[in-house]
Write a protein of this length. Sequence first.
Length: 276
Amino acid sequence: MLFRTSCPKVFGLLLALLCCKICLAQHPPLSNAFAHNDYQHKRPLFEAISNGYTSIEADVHLYKSRLIITHILPILHHKRTLEGLYLQPLAEHIQQNDGEVYRGYEKPITLMIDIKSDPNKTYELLKPMLEKYREFFCGYQNGVFQDGPVRIVLSGNKPYDALRNDPDRLAFIDEDLRKVGRDTTTNLFAMASCKFSNLLKWKGKGQLSQKDRDRLSAYCDEAHKAGAKVRLWSTPDNQKVWKELLQCGVDLINTDRLARLRDFLVKDGRAMVLED
């Protein structure tokens, strides 16, 4: 009787795991896809991976010596930690996937940690936590770069000096797009971001003016010279805007609409073709 009762449950669990594996293998990686506030989705991390996203964002607060995943009010979300929601599951996924996030995808994906609390105190706790998973991250050891399947990028309140002075750092900076060309420390920056409305007058309707187009393209060129990928945030979340941004040289499309952006990028021919 126990076997008969539990058998459907076991079958259901196996079916769910099989569906999850199929889902993760279903969509090719999308180098232009950035999952904004990923933790707000039903399946943080894995919903983005199942849709082929190669950049994923998580907001972090330092609260009672823990790194809590939330946009505001960490007291209400104290069980959702950076390690439990992202670092450990990501490491386990890579271990089970032959050392890669996506099989055959040789570039690192980006996990952006948007620091909402004091940058230096947060990094003081973050650094040993990243060290625990060093084998999975791009970074430096004794000043020598070492590649890995995941690149950690720090945004929000950024610990500039702590990273600059750390020969063993496992993190990079998301610089202000309007400032990135002024800094010669090119190995510190992996990304350059800016609020959409701080750079463009366009509201996402009608035509993007030539002046705005030239302005954005020039900033993208400067960032690319510094080795940084470009992202705009708080953008109108629609296909017309996505297309214009890509044409101007923006590398990462910031969205909350994972499936819709995925379909747009695949249709636009921007999905990665991987060899078996």
